[in-house]
Design a protein around this ligand. Structure first.
Ligand SMILES: O=C(O)CCC(=O)C1=CC=C[C@@H](O)[C@@H]1C(=O)O
Ligand SMILES: [Mg+2]
Length: 368
C-alpha cells in the first residue's frame, strides 16, 4: 500500500457521565480521527486515545497532533508499505510517543485488512467470534451511588466490574461492595496512587477475593511491583508500566505482575500489542484489553485485538452507549449478556458515521 492522503479531524464528544480517577475527571473526550487514503482507493481509520492533559501518561492530544504532523505522517506519506508490521520499524527511530504512533498504525492495519479481504480480527490472527467484556467504574461521590451503578452494570450483563481506588477511598469501598455483592467478579485500579509504604492496606485487600489490583505503584515501576507481588496474594495487573514488548518481558522476568492489561495506544500499536499478547501466552500471564474511553473507531480496534486467543479475561471495552449519546460509527458497539460479537466483515467491521463526525469536528487538516 501507499498512503497518498491523510485527513486529521479534531473532534470533541460530550460524555453521558463524568469519569473520575485518582488524578481527576474527564467529562468530555477530545480526540483526533485519522482517515488514511491508500493509492488504490481504500480508506483506513484510526483514533488517538491521549487525553487533553498528561495525567495517565505523558502524551496529550496536542503532543499526538504534533508528532503526527511533524514526524509520523511525513514518514508514512507516499512510502510503499508491504505489511503493517513495517510501520513499527519505520517509527523505531522516534522514541516513545506510543499513542501518536498507534493511531496511524491502526489506520494502516485497517487498510491492510481491506486489501487482503479480511476482517481486522482475522488479519491480526484472531479467531474468537465473540468477546467477553467488563466495565470500568470511576470514583463516585458516595459508596451507595457506586453500588447502585455497579448493580445496573450487572443487570446489563457485564462480566466483571473494575472500580477505581485512591488513598482514603479503598478498603472501605471494597468492603462495602463485597458486603452486598459477594460473588461479583471484581477488580480495582489505583492508577499509581500508592507506594510500598501502603503495603498494609494493599495486604488487607487480599481478604476480598479481588481478581487483581491494577497498577498500584508508580507508572514507570516494575521493581517495587515485584516486591509487592511477593507480599500479596492478589495478582497485580500492570497497565501504565507496560509501554512495549521489552517492558512486558522485563516485568515477567522480575515477577512484577500476574496479569497484563494491553492497551493498543499505550504500547504503540496493534503490532506491538500482538507481540505482548504472544509473549504473555508463552509465559502463562493472562491478558485483557484495556480501554481509554474510546470512541467507535478505537473501540472497533479493541474488539479486533481482543479476538486473539489469549485475551482470556474480560476487557474494558463497554458498549458505545456506556459513554456516548451518539457514537461515531454505525452500527454502534452493542453488548449483549456481557458479550460483543466480533464483526466478520472486511476491515474494522463498522462504518464511520460521517453525519455525527461532521457535527463533532472542531477542525480538519489534510496532508498529501
Ligand atoms: O475505556 C474504559 O472504559 C476504561 C477506562 C479506564 O478504566 C481508564 C481509562 C483511562 C485511564 C484510566 O483512568 C483507566 C485505566 O487506567 O485503565
Ligand atoms: Mg488502569
Amino acid at each position: 500500500m501507499r498512503l497518498e492522503k491523510i485527513i486529521l479531524r479534531h473532534i470533541k464528544m460530550p460524555m453521558k457521565a463524568p469519569f473520575t480517577t485518582s488524578f481527576g475527571t474527564v467529562d468530555e473526550k477530545e480526540l483526533l480521527l485519522i482517515e488514511a487514503k491508500d493509492a488504490s482507493g481504500i480508506t483506513g481509520w484510526g483514533e488517538t486515545v491521549a487525553f487533553v492533559a498528561p495525567w495517565y501518561t505523558e502524551e496529550t492530544l496536542k503532543t499526538t497532533w504534533h508528532m503526527l504532523k511533524d514526524y509520523l505522517i511525513p514518514i508514512l506519506l507516499n512510502k510503499e508499505i508491504g505489511h503493517p508490521d513495517e510501520v513499527t520499524s519505520l517509527f523505531a527511530p522516534i522514541r516513545r510517543n506510543c499513542m501518536a504512533k498507534a493511531s496511524i498504525e491502526g489506520a494502516v492495519w485497517d487498510i491492510y485488512a481491506q486489501q487482503t479481504k479480511q476482517s481486522l480480527a482475522q488479519a491480526l490472527g484472531g479467531h474468537k467470534q465473540r468477546i467477553e467484556v467488563g466495565v470500568s467504574v470511576g470514583i463516585q461521590p458516595s459508596t451507595a451511588q457506586l453500588i447502585k451503578l455497579i448493580k445496573g452494570h450487572i443487570e446489563k450483563g457485564y462480566k466483571r466490574v473494575k472500580v477505581k481506588i485512591k488513598p482514603g477511598y479503598d478498603i472501605e469501598v471494597v468492603q462495602a461492595i463485597r458486603a452486598e455483592l459477594p460473588d461479583l467478579p471484581l477488580m480495582v485500579d489505583a492508577n499509581s496512587a500508592y507506594t510500598l509504604d501502603d503495603i498494609n492496606m494493599l495486604q488487607q485487600l487480599d481478604d476480598y477475593q479481588l481478581l487483581m489490583i491494577e497498577q498500584p505503584l508508580a507508572p514507570d515501576d516494575i521493581v517495587d511491583h515485584a516486591t509487592l507481588q511477593r507480599k500479596i496474594k492478589t495478582p497485580i495487573c500492570l497497565d501504565e508500566s507496560i509501554t512495549s514488548f521489552e517492558d512486558a518481558r522485563r516485568a515477567i522476568t522480575l515477577g512484577s505482575c500476574g496479569v497484563i492489561n494491553i492497551k493498543i495506544g499505550r504500547v504503540g500499536g496493534l503490532t506491538e500489542a500482538k507481540r505482548i499478547h504472544d509473549l504473555c501466552k508463552e509465559n502463562g500471564i493472562p491478558v485483557w484489553c484495556g480501554g481509554m474511553l474510546e470512541a467507535g473507531i478505537g473501540r472497533a480496534h479493541n474488539i479486533a485485538l481482543t479476538s486473539l486467543s489469549h485475551f482470556i479475561l474480560p476487557g474494558d471495552t463497554a458498549g458505545s452507549s456506556h459513554y456516548w449519546f451518539e457514537d461515531i460509527i454505525e452500527p454502534e458497539v452493542i453488548v449483549k449478556d456481557g458479550y460483543i460479537e466480533v464483526p466478520q466483515s472486511v476491515g474494522i467491521g463498522y462504518a464511520p458515521n460521517m453525519a455525527v463526525i461532521d457535527k463533532l469536528t472542531i477542525c480538519t487538516e489534510v496532508y498529501q
